[in-house]
Design a protein around this ligand. Structure first.
Ligand code: NAD
Ligand code: TYD
Length: 351
């Protein structure tokens, strides 16, 4: 019997990379992709593997308890890798409740289904919850988030992810649910919806539109190539210790404005524009409310215990990423039509 793994949110940015990696690397597993296909979910992200024998897409909502329980009953999954979530901080400021529903209640609903179906027979089973470094709050100029850092979320997004992490741990402590959690830093790479910093700015430079930098652009993020995140998820899913948390990060901190200037330089070169042309698009706009100053991850537990390290340097990863968006202009045009236009107006016209 093939091992069956349920990946939730597999049509999104990180989920599609996880699915691609697992489907290609593990022909002995059957990978199920459960996704509601919200604005952020796109089956085009998986075109290259959609016909593989060991892959099945299931359209559904993690909040639909009857549907989820039926799916667990029917397929008897060996493991769950849970990525489905509302994931954009600015949207969470505009509509916090949606984040509680999907990220907190949706996670609890999946835990209930796993608990019900696995009963107390947890041999070979695993519930892997994919989370974010944003649960730890904001750092000053120095220091790193470790697995022991106290949770201190500030945005409705990070508060909802923190809450979901607590529920996963509570199911472990109360019901012996076999689980692991990972908390990762900012990802970049192909197939990211252009509401997040890098794909948004790549698309705007491409279309010669203003680059809206929040505040003074002094906030710092630690950037990791999405393929390396998917590699870490693979390692942790297979070798992580039951009940443990692993931080994942790139040791790659960038002040937003420095990152944006580097991106402008790379784009000028790729688009054969005059040096400095894209930088002229930089426009400082009103800061994000509750904007965390700095995120930085100490990933030494993952590297020392499980031997994971990032595989590419940032400059190389950024070039690969820019090339991908420039070669996939149609993907960008498709996802930025329709409802996206309205979103863009709501977020930025008033700033
Ligand atoms: P994304 O927004 O690109 O994708 C989310 C996916 O979840 C979409 O395909 C969407 O259709 C699906 N989804 C949303 N609500 C659903 C529901 N109710 N039922 C079923 N499917 C639903 O997000 P992402 O950036 O790929 O993030 C994936 C996970 O990784 C999230 O849990 C996020 O918190 C976490 N994470 C993201 C980052 C990052 O930099 N993007 C960093 C660390 C952790
Ligand atoms: P984002 O990609 O939304 O990720 P997160 O908020 O989860 O870290 O934003 C990354 C950084 O870029 C963050 O400090 C906010 C900033 N930012 C801008 O300056 N302008 C923008 O239009 C966006 C979307 C983000």
């Amino acid at each position: 019997m093939k091992k069956k793994i349920l990946v939730t949110g597999g049509a999104g940015f990180i989920g599609s990379h996880v699915i691609r990696q697992f489907v290609n690397k593990y022909p002995d597993y059957h990978i199920f992709n459960l996704d509601k296909l919200t604005y952020a979910g796109n089956l085009e992200n998986l075109k290259d593997i959609e016909d593989k024998e060991n892959y099945t897409f299931v359209k559904g909502d993690i909040n639909d308890d009857a549907f989820i329980l039926d799916l667990f009953k029917k397929e008897q999954f060996d493991g769950v890798i849970h990525l489905a979530a509302e994931s954009h901080v600015d949207r969470s400021i505009a509509n916090p409740t949606e984040f509680v529903v999907t990220n907190v209640l949706g996670t609890v609903n999946l835990l209930n289904a796993a608990k019900h179906i696995w009963k107390d027979n947890y041999e070979g089973k695993r519930f892997y919850h994919v989370s974010t470094d944003e649960v730890y709050g904001s750092l000053g100029e120095t220091g790193y988030f470790t697995e022991e850092t106290r949770y201190d979320p500030h945005s409705p997004y990070s508060a909802s992810k923190a809450s979901s992490d607590h529920f996963v741990r509570a199911y472990h402590d109360t019901f012996n649910m076999p689980m692991v959690i990972s908390n990762c830093s900012n990802n970049y790479g192909s197939y990211q919806f252009p509401e997040k910093l890098l794909p948004l700015f790549i698309n705007n430079i491409r279309n010669k539109k203003p680059l809206p930098v929040y505040g003074k652009g002094e906030n710092v993020r630690d950037w990791l190539w999405v393929v390396d995140h998917a590699r870490a998820i693979d390692v942790i899913y297979h070798q992580g210790k039951q009940g443990e948390t692993y931080n994942i990060g790139g040791h790659n901190e960038w002040k937003n404005i420095d990152l944006i200037k580097l991106l402008c330089k790379v784009m000028d070169k790729k688009l054969e524009r005059e040096p400095g042309e894209s930088e002229k698009l930089i426009t400082y706009v009103k800061d994000r409310a509750g904007h965390d100053l700095r995120y930085a991850i100490d990933a030494s537990k993952l590297s020392e215990e499980l031997g994971w390290e990032p595989s590419v340097q940032f400059e190389e990863g950024l070039e690969i990423t820019v090339d991908w968006y420039l070669n996939n202009g149609k993907w960008l045009d498709n996802v930025t039509s329709g409802a996206y236009q309205q979103y863009y107006e709501d977020q930025y016209e008033k700033r």
